[in-house]
Design a protein around this ligand. Sequence first.
Ligand code: DX5
Ligand code: ZN
Length: 215
Amino acid sequence: MYVAPSLLSVNFLRLEEEIKAIDAAGADLLHIDVMDGHFVPNLTFGPCVIEKISSITKVPLDVHLMVKDVSKFVDLFIPLKPKFISFHIESEDHPIRLCEYIKNHGIHPAIVLNPHTPVSSIKHMIEFVDMVLLMSVNPGFGGQKFLPLVYEKIKELRQRIDEKNAKVFIEVDGGVNGLNASDLELAGADILVAGNYIFSSDDYKTAISSLKFEF
Ligand code: DX5
Ligand code: ZN
């Protein structure tokens, strides 16, 4: 099980300190939410800020694009060499082509599903992605209430991945905390994103470990 703290909830006035602290606390990935004010009603990080972030940490970046014009934005983030670039199935007409484009640049492509989007919508895409991110809140903001509908989606997705004998990570994002983490892992999640839960705690290391359930 991997944990990806979401930087949306950091104290931006102490960004460098926060990144170093989360790095030392054992973050497996740094989840970075890119919002364009169109796909979601909020604005966040651009490539200049992310480049600075990557210069002070060795933790691999997990860039979650919540943008309308995905193919235009992807080229801004490829030079930053994140581990994953994920984009929403709801905002791209040619997702397979875009996944291949991302992969050709040595980055793992991932597809994201909003809470209302069925897992069946990506049944022909599973072999083209390295990760599927299932949203457990409606995207746009940190600190929202977890939607339990994601459990059923994780189970269905895990079954579809196993049927194809594919190696695809399942990531869950939104409202993840110490109470739902073990159920998410039992359902089949591999990577948990958590913003508010980790950054509102006064001990990041303990908060991260509490999301890693040992079977
Ligand atoms: C929501 C973002 C999430 C968010 C998660 O649109 O994609 O990554 O930061 O934050 P919490 O864990 O606070 O729900
Ligand atoms: Zn996210």
